[in-house]
Design a protein around this ligand. Structure first.
Ligand code: HEC
Ligand code: HEC
Ligand code: HEC
Ligand code: HEC
Ligand code: HEC
Length: 372
């Protein structure tokens, strides 16, 4: 027992923890309490966590990142930061903070505990629109942010954002790691897709460490027909795109200018911002009908479904059923980070029209813009 504690006091979460042997059935914490908690932050009169006691009595420093740091090898904890991560090999669906921590601010979200605020963007998210508060309110609804982005809470992505006041990381997701999350309905943080409060979806069991057309997260989207921000508890507020819109609303539908003078997305006018929450099955007989090559799901360029029935298992043929080919923020971006500017899934700088480049995901949907 004492030896175990010593391992943790030295580990500080900067290396993966060996005691987490793969034994997980469903995403619920397993193993001895002592692996993860310290009751008094003291053993033999010495602090377990030198930085002082932590939220929820967890036994390492660094907040959420304290446990979620390490090299993924298919085990039962998702690691989101490693100084040795290799993109697409041992990174997960959300990507990795490696590159932003290494100093390139454009390659990831600058999150407290990992690095300092983005030198160019500062603290306020680009496209911030406080009207996207259907899943509790971020940043107290204020017009600008005076604090840096956190993992969870009032100024973070995971968990609830507000309970009438402000909430910290551990309060925001309290109880989620021990909860039964076999039914994802968005009703609590634990029962939301990846503890993203209010958002639904199908959770791949290894966070896409392995992935294929039949082995992936199934994201939820909706097929919007106008530029009105979705209302609380509406299907639109459960979309993975709504998660991004909670901080970047104007890039979703908040500026009410997505489609020309005409806010009806079904009409023929040109887009003013790239569509999201829009089903490519609305465009039969166009280049989008050949998503990928024949409609087979590509984990690198994911599309969402608006059919809750399809959330029981991954969809593999996205053009077979209306609602299964919904464009996402994360069709192009990785939520945590990537090696590329704007946390994009591929290198946009080398995407060239009129050339064949299988690494450029734009061609996966814009199938006629290559050499053809
Ligand atoms: C003491 C270690 C520890 C700490 C601290 C910790 N986690 Fe976890 N986390 C785990 C383990 C183990 C799992 C996998 C089992 C599970 O899902 O509960 C996990 C899983 C997750 C998942 C995936 C859930 C899913 O549905 O697949 C998310 C998201 C997550 N943690 C977020 C957080 C956030 C946010 C914080 C900080 C508030 C945090 N974690 C702090 C150990 C930790
Ligand atoms: C809780 C708020 C929050 C949420 C949710 C959020 N972001 Fe951000 N995002 C920010 C902040 C703050 C910045 C500016 C500072 C930074 O780069 O970290 C930012 C910056 C960005 C950038 C520019 C990065 C750069 O440095 O150039 C991209 C791209 C981005 N976000 C995409 C997304 C996507 C995609 C999602 C959904 C998966 C998302 N964001 C969800 C807060 C958020
Ligand atoms: C694999 C890591 C892990 C193990 C093992 C673990 N916990 Fe936790 N526990 C966490 C994390 C992470 C949190 C904080 C985040 C949260 O609440 O989801 C937490 C939070 C809690 C909380 C506060 C939230 C709530 O559910 O009320 C209690 C109480 C708790 N744990 C008790 C226990 C007990 C008792 C054991 C052993 C029987 C145990 N834990 C074992 C990771 C673990
Ligand atoms: C078709 C691919 C694609 C989709 C879909 C997409 N983005 Fe982007 N995003 C980009 C590219 C490329 C850039 C680089 C800047 C540019 O070209 O405008 C970018 C830049 C950004 C930035 C940084 C802006 C800045 O000022 O630095 C943010 C934030 C962002 N996207 C958020 C989102 C959100 C939120 C969504 C969904 C509502 C989304 N993106 C959907 C491709 C996409
Ligand atoms: C997941 C599929 C998907 C991906 C990936 C994607 N697009 Fe799109 N894009 C669409 C759809 C669907 C439309 C809307 C077409 C329509 O309404 O006729 C669109 C619209 C556009 C438009 C405006 C067309 C118009 O009619 O107004 C441009 C320009 C564009 N995309 C460029 C890009 C670039 C550059 C990339 C790579 C960074 C990219 N797209 C990636 C699906 C995608």
């Amino acid at each position: 027992m004492i030896k175990k504690m010593k391992v943790f006091s030295l580990g500080l979460g900067l290396i993966g923890f060996a005691l987490m042997a793969p034994q997980l059935v469903g995403a619920k914490a397993q193993g001895p309490c002592v692996d993860c908690h310290t009751m008094h932050n003291s053993q033999d009169g010495v602090a377990i966590v030198a930085a002082g006691p932590q939220g929820a009595l967890v036994n390492r420093s660094g907040g959420c990142v304290g446990c979620h740091t390490g090299a993924n090898s298919g085990g039962n904890i998702p690691y989101v930061f490693s100084t040795t991560a290799t993109y697409g090999t041992n990174t997960l669906a959300g990507g990795n903070f490696r590159w932003v921590v290494a100093g390139d601010d454009t390659t990831g979200h600058n999150v407290v505990g990992l690095n300092s605020a983005d030198l160019v963007l500062g603290e306020t998210p680009p496209g911030w629109n406080p009207a996207f508060n259907a899943n509790t309110e971020l940043n107290g609804g204020g017009a600008t942010w005076a604090v840096q982005l956190t993992c969870a809470g009032t100024n973070g992505c995971h968990g609830i954002h507000d309970d009438g006041g402000s909430v910290d990381d551990f309060t925001a997701i309290s109880g989620s790691h021990h909860a039964d999350d076999s039914a994802i309905d968005g009703s609590t943080a634990a029962k939301s897709f990846r503890f993203l409060y209010g958002i639904i979806g199908y959770e791949d069991s290894d966070w896409e460490y392995t992935n294929s057309a039949t082995d992936h997260n199934q994201y939820y989207g909706y097929d919007r027909t106008n530029d009105t921000p979705p209302a609380a508890l509406s299907e639109g507020a459960k979309s993975i795109n709504y998660l991004c819109a909670e901080c970047h609303g104007d890039f979703h539908s908040g500026a009410a200018d997505d489609k020309g003078a005409d806010t009806d997305n079904t009409a023929g006018s040109a887009w003013l911002r790239h569509p999201t929450d829009y089903d490519m099955n609305n465009l039969p007989g166009t280049e989008y009908s050949n998503y990928g090559t024949d409609g087979t799901y590509l984990p690198l360029v994911p599309v969402a479904t608006n059919r809750t029935a399809a959330l029981a298992a991954p969809v593999s043929d996205v053009n077979a059923t209306a609602g299964d080919a919904i464009v996402n923020c994360i069709s192009c971006h990785r939520a945590h980070g990537s090696p590329y500017a704007d946390l994009l899934r591929w290198d946009y700088d080398t995407c060239e029209a009129g050339s064949d480049d299988p690494a450029c995901g734009c061609f996966s949907c814009h199938t006629t813009k290559d050499a053809g």
